[in-house]
Every structure is written in C-alpha cells, then in structure tokens.
Design a protein around this ligand. Structure first.
Ligand code: FNR
Ligand code: 8K6
Length: 347
C-alpha cells in the first residue's frame, strides 16, 4: 500500500511534482578541478529523473565555502554551463531539479581555496580533522563582520540567480547540518553579542536575510529551505536552541516558500529539547509542505505521509544504491542495499 508515494503533488502555481519521492541532496565529491560538473554527473542525475524532484548535491555559492574536495560550485561561467548540461539532461528525461546552495562556514578549509581564514558567526573551531583529508585539522574561524555578512547575503542571492540561469527549477537553501546558516542558529557556534547573536531574533537574522534575498530574486515558489533544529552534525545542540527555532519556523511559514525540508540522517533520533524527533517538532511548528527524510523505507515513509507527519519523502542512500529506485518501488521489486563503498563511483 504505497500508493500515496505516487500521487502528483501541487507545491504552488509554478511547480507540480509527478510523485512524492524526492532525491535528497547527496555530496559526492566528483566535480572536476574547477568545481565544474562532469559528464558522469550529468548521467547520474539524468538516471534519477523519475523522482518527483531531485535536490542536487550541495553546491558552493563561492570559493571560500569549500570544506570537501571536488564539491561543485555555481559561481563561475564554466560551472553554470556545466550545470546546464545536468538540468537539460534531467528535463529531457521528464524530471525536475533544484540546486542546493551551500557555504560550509567554519567547516571550510583554506587548503581548498588558498585563503587565509574561514568565516563563521564566532571564533569557535570545529574539533577534529577533515573527512577524506585526515592530515588537515579545522581552523579557528574569523567572525564575519557586518559587511561580510551583507556580502554573503548578496552572494547567496547571486548563486540563486546563477542556478536559474543554469536551468534549475529552483533552489534549496542549505540551512542544515552544521554549515554556515545553521551555525548562526545554534548557541554552540554563535556567541555573538551584536544584532546577529544572543537572542532568537538576532540569531535568525542572517538566515532570514538570505531567505528573503533569494525569494525576492527568483520567486518564493522556487525557493526551498533545509533546517536542522536538532544539532547533530558538525555542531552540538543546546537546550537554548529550541527558542531560536520556535521563533524561526513561524517566520519561515509566513514567507510561503515552496517547501521546508528536515535536515537529519536518521529521523528516529530524539532530541530532549525538541521533545522528540526533528520531523515531529517541525510538523508541530510548520503547517505548509514539509519534506521528511532519514533512514526511511518506502513503507515507513508512506506510513509517515499517511499519518500526516510530513508531505513528501526524501530518499538519500537508497538512491545512491538504486538509480531506478522509483521504478523498483512501484513494481514491488527488491532494492539493492546501500553500503559506503558505493560512494567511490557514480552509478
Ligand atoms: C548526505 N546528506 C546531505 N545533506 C545535505 O543537505 N546536503 C548534502 O550535500 C548532503 N550530502 C550527503 C552525502 C552523503 C554521502 C550522505 C549519506 C548524506 C544527507 C542526506 O541528504 C540525507 O538527509 C541522509 O542521507 C538521510 O537520508 P537516507 O540516506 O537515510 O535516506
Ligand atoms: C554534506 C557533505 C558531507 C558529505 C559527507 C557525508 C558522509 C555521510 C556519512 C554518514 C554520517 C552520518 C553522520 C550522522 C551523525 C549522527 C550523529 C549522532
């Protein structure tokens, strides 16, 4: 009884999706040395065009946002052209694709862009070494000045315009998983005492400025957002974060975006300060279209949609293992299990 996964869904006047299965954003570290998408990436995305919506792997809005090798960008003409090949191929196969716009903040490393420092809300370093680059430790970031914050807003907005130029159907603002926007939203990473820190209104100011700039630039119908109220990746949650998201979610709801997307790897995780799972918390505070994610099977995802826990189901790792995920689920065929060795290659 998975029928509800295959109902078309109207997001707004601009966008209708052919089913409720969304490809989750998945960083694959496969772009070329200029951070341009390759032909292998074109083919990889084109093979997944039967999902209701593909959300691209996180894409850098500018060079100093880079924290992992070979993650693609959307800030040079070559990168925009490279993405046009991807969006054309997806559209030719009848699919839709959003670009996930990304700046890693303190998770960036000067190694990648030849800079002197990385920007973040506050001078609090992430502990440990970079994944896949074990010899590099994270640096103490430079707290962004007001002028630098203004420039970041402008660069997010420009990247969104570049995404539309490149043929994307819209963008998802990456406000999740401990990267730059999320760093402003958690007390663990934001100890500012100016208008960007200290209170929920202040901590939400920069993320809301990015949301407003992008939705004014390309239209709110084409703007989605991913958030992680539970701190679980690249930063630690704090009971005080609850008030930040209690304030932010109604503010986001007022802005009538295309959707809001849960940022989590496993939705069975419970957070004391959210009184349960992240999706449950977000559903309680947000009534518009919500995308759930995190270790769901077709059955558990379909059940969660039927129970009203969220409206659309994003699938990550199973779509790495099964390019034909939608077809297999629809035909009741067994899925190939995911394992981490599959990250070495784009199938
Ligand atoms: C991710 N995830 C992720 N999230 C995001 O917002 N942007 C990204 O670029 C990535 N990249 C990424 C790479 C890899 C290899 C994995 C496994 C995950 C998180 C992803 O979107 C999703 O939330 C989780 O994978 C949970 O869903 P599944 O895999 O359990 O269906
Ligand atoms: C966004 C880019 C990152 C690419 C690396 C993703 C690697 C995924 C491996 C799964 C790790 C799961 C971490 C979940 C943290 C839960 C902590 C309780």
């Amino acid at each position: 009884m998975l029928d509800n996964l295959f109902n078309p869904v109207v997001l707004n006047d601009t966008l209708t999706l052919k089913n409720r299965i969304i490809m989750a954003p998945l960083t694959r570290c496969m772009s070329d040395d200029h951070l341009v998408p390759t032909q292998a990436m074109v083919d990889y995305y084109a093979r997944r065009a039967d999902t209701g919506l593909i959300i691209s792997e996180a894409i850098l809005i500018r060079a100093d946002g880079q924290g992992y090798p070979h993650t693609p960008g959307l800030f040079t003409p070559e990168q925009i052209n490279g993405w046009r090949n991807v969006t054309d191929a997806v559209h030719n196969n009848g699919g839709k694709i959003f670009a996930q716009l990304w700046h890693t903040g303190r998770v960036a490393h000067p190694f990648f862009f030849g800079g002197e420092y990385v920007l973040a809300p506050s001078a609090i370093a992430l502990e440990g070494t970079l994944p896949r680059m074990r010899e590099l430790t994270y640096t103490v970031p430079k707290p962004a000045t007001k002028a630098e914050i203004k420039q970041l807003v402008a660069d997010f907005s420009q990247a969104a315009a570049n995404a539309i130029d490149a043929g994307f159907d819209g963008v998802e603002i990456h406000g999740a998983n401990g990267y730059l926007l999320d760093q402003f939203l958690h007390f663990n990473t934001n100890v500012r005492d100016d208008e960007f820190g200290g209170t929920p209104e202040n901590m939400a100011r920069f993320p809301l400025a990015v949301i407003d700039a992008i939705s004014q630039r390309i239209g709110r119908d084409r703007t989605g957002l991913r958030l992680s109220p539970g701190g679980y990746f690249n930063l630690e949650g704090d009971a005080r974060d609850r008030a930040v998201f209690d304030y932010l979610l109604p503010e986001v709801e007022k802005r009538c975006l295309a959707y809001l997307h849960v940022g989590i790897f496993d939705d069975s995780m419970n957070f004391d300060y959210l009184n349960g799972s992240v999706s449950h918390y977000m559903r309680t505070h947000y009534q518009r279209t919500l995308i759930g994610v995190g270790c769901y099977s077709p059955q558990s995802g379909s059940d969660a949609i039927a129970a009203g826990e969220f409206d659309l189901l994003a699938i990550g790792r199973p779509l790495i293992a099964n390019p034909d995920y939608v077809k297999k689920v629809q035909a009741g065929q067994p899925l190939t299990p995911y394992d981490d060795t599959m990250l070495a290659q784009l199938i």
